[in-house]
Design a protein around this ligand. Sequence first.
Ligand code: ATP
Ligand code: MG
Length: 286
Amino acid sequence: MAVTTAPGTVSVRPPETEEAAARRDPREDEVVFDVAGAEVAYFGNVAVTGVNFTVHAHGITALIGPSGCGKSTLIRSFNRMNDLVPGAEVRGKILYHGQDLYADGVDPVEVRRRIGMVFQKPNPFPKSVYDNVAFGPRIQGRRKNLDDTVEAALTQAALWDEVKNKLKQSAYALSGGQQQRLCIARCLAVDPDVLLMDEPCSSLDPIATARIEDLMTDLKTDYTIVIVTHNMQQAARVSDMTAFMTAEIDEEGRRMGTLVEYDTTDKIFTNPSDTRTEGYITGRFG
Ligand SMILES: Nc1ncnc2c1ncn2[C@@H]1O[C@H](COP(=O)(O)OP(=O)(O)OP(=O)(O)O)[C@@H](O)[C@H]1O
Ligand SMILES: [Mg+2]
């Protein structure tokens, strides 16, 4: 497939391989999140508004855009993490498999089990490697076959071989990249459906970053992944769909983030429809 390049657009993605060209449009797959008119305010001040898009199963969706445009705010609204942020209020609709995540009667703890989150800085608990991974299953009362559950989660997170002889050691004794994979294993141990990752590689070196990127690609067969990243190459390398967000100032001087363009990653990085997207990915803005 020929890659059309808009004038002035730098393609950060290598020429498409046949395999990539044969990839299906992820929008053919089941809708996991349907975001309609989403808006998030802090203490009444709107931080991000007018967000409409769909996230599809078994794909990696990247959220990109300049600092302060509301990427973290938006991704936190996908698993009700904003409930824990003082002053935060989510408006509009965020449907998860057709269910309004913010409807009365929805249990935010169950939401966060099914929709796990990994943060910018690895945040293992001050416990052993084993106890970090066993933490969620124990809370769920799953005490049977705990060793198997822990091993399976660590294996899925591509960490088992490195830690199988250190299970009783403190998680803090692991490297940053290992700690981040431990946090991914901790999410996987409670059998989630979605993984949300807010700049999961920003504190990691290039080798640890590459391991997490490979891991994401492996995991997307079984999970749906949404990742926030400042690293354009990373978005281009790993994601199937990309949402470009930016912040604009309204007539009253209020700064608000919004979604500018959402499309396949190939389209966003080679032939974006909006000049603001083009400006950002070519480094002329943001
Ligand atoms: N806990 C909070 N309380 C009040 N305002 C907040 C809070 N978190 C974020 N904001 C505001 O919301 C807006 C969006 O912030 P957010 O952290 O979502 O941006 P971001 O796109 O993730 O930025 P970055 O790339 O720097 O991480 C900013 O104006 C920020 O000041
Ligand atoms: Mg952020």
